[in-house]
Structures are given as C-alpha cells and as structure tokens.
Ligand binder design. Structure first.
Ligand SMILES: O=c1ccn([C@H]2C[C@H](O)[C@@H](COP(=O)(O)OP(=O)(O)OP(=O)(O)O)O2)c(=O)[nH]1
Length: 207
C-alpha cells in the first residue's frame, strides 16, 4: 500500500484534509521550536459552544482528516494547562489515531472539575503527537524466561524513594543526626526508639 505522506529525520510531511466545518480554522501548529505536540483546535459551530458539565464527556470535532504514513500513529493527549486549571482532560488519553484511519480526528474531552467548562470554536483543546509504532508478531510459547520481578506488579516495589531522611533543616537535633547519618547503622538507642517504617527507610538509604 502506498502513502503520499512520509516522515524523515529532517522534517516530515503528513497529508491533512480540512473538512468543510474546519475550513476557516488554522491548521494545528507546534507552539514552540521544539514542542512535541501540535495543538488541536475545536471545530465546533461558532454559535454553538459546548458546555461540559462536571463529570461529563464529549467528542469534539477538529475538522481534520489525516493520512499518516504506515508505521506511525498520532496520539491525542491532554493540554496540561487545561487539566491543571480546569480539570479538563482527554478521557482516553492518549487517544490513538491509526495510520489507516480516514475519519475525522476527534477529541474525547472530560471535565473532572466541579464546575462547568465551556468550549468554543477555535479553542486549542488537546495536542497531537506523531509517534512511530512497533508492530510485532506474537509467538505463543509454553514457558517464558525467569526475571527478578517475576509476576510482581501494581505497586509491588512499594512507594518510597531511596531518600530515607528528611531534609537536614527538619531534623530536631541537627549535629547529632548528622553524625548518625554517617554511621553504617544507627546507634542502638536510636534504633529502639524508631518506628518500624523509619527503620525500613534507613535500610533503603544504605542500599
Ligand atoms: O481520541 C481518539 C481516538 C480515536 N480516534 C479515531 C482514530 C482511530 O483510528 C479510530 C479508532 O480508535 P480506537 O482504535 O482507539 O477505537 P476503538 O474503540 O478500538 O474502535 P475501532 O473498533 O474502530 O478500532 O478512532 C479519534 O479520532 N480520536
């Protein structure tokens, strides 16, 4: 199958078709020199803004059809500003635009805030990141190689980072605590007064 679009290291071209309801809107654009995402624009009717009530979701048209090269996808991702300030995000993030899709790119927005959010035509509502795709052939086998992780997942490694001690300023007795931090193991008295979880933290720090 041939495609008119191609992506190369030094700049890429992707064919885009503007549908009638998106004709007067600007094409998605990168907002800075090295931005990864092209901002997607709401192609709603001028006189019909859409209000997302708290907890609601809606499919917003962009007025665009893409022809991605085979081996690439486009990901529809939230704009962090909308998410932070208004709790508005892409519900299926990242939305996947397949290379063989020839329908309108749409954005599934959800309002996770407690107040209504109005979307008007021309507003930048999400971003589109073009990315290479690796397709594989699944080969069924009877057993798999062993690993240290094994089947552990979903939080099996815990929540704590390697840093065990609070910042020095937070320590009640700074000089004493400093000395203790250089020891291989805490003095017995201190060890006894520590809670179980603190002892665990110290162990992590040493490793
Ligand atoms: O945020 C999105 C996600 C998808 N699509 C379009 C492009 C994509 O190629 C097509 C199908 O998407 P997906 O495969 O995620 O949906 P599905 O629910 O699995 O539907 P299908 O059975 O059509 O694949 O819908 C969008 O326009 N926006």
């Amino acid at each position: 199958m041939t495609t008119r679009t191609s992506l190369g290291a030094d700049g890429a071209k992707v064919s885009v078709l503007r549908l009638a309801h998106g004709k007067d809107l600007p094409l998605p654009a990168y907002q800075s020199e090295a931005a990864a995402g092209l901002d997607l624009i709401a192609a709603l009717e001028w006189d019909h803004p859409l209000t997302l009530t708290p907890g609601a979701r809606a499919l917003i048209p962009t007025g665009l059809v893409l022809e991605l090269p085979i081996g690439f996808e486009a990901q529809v991702r939230p704009r962090s500003g909308l998410a932070l300030r208004h709790g508005v995000t892409v519900l299926n993030s990242p939305g996947t635009i397949d290379a063989d899709y020839r329908g309108e790119v749409s954005v599934l927005l959800a309002n996770l805030s407690g107040v209504p959010f109005e979307i008007r035509r021309g507003e930048r509502i999400a971003q589109l990141v073009i990315a290479p795709v690796t397709r594989v052939e699944l080969v069924e086998v009877a057993e798999l190689t062993e690993t240290e992780r094994g089947s552990g997942g979903f939080g099996s490694t815990g929540r704590e980072s390697a840093r065990a001690e609070p910042p020095k300023a937070e320590k009640p007795a700074a000089p004493k605590a400093k000395k203790a931090a250089t020891r291989k193991s805490p003095p017995k008295a201190a060890k006894a007064s520590r809670s179980k979880s603190k002892t665990k933290k110290a162990t992590v720090n040493k490793g």
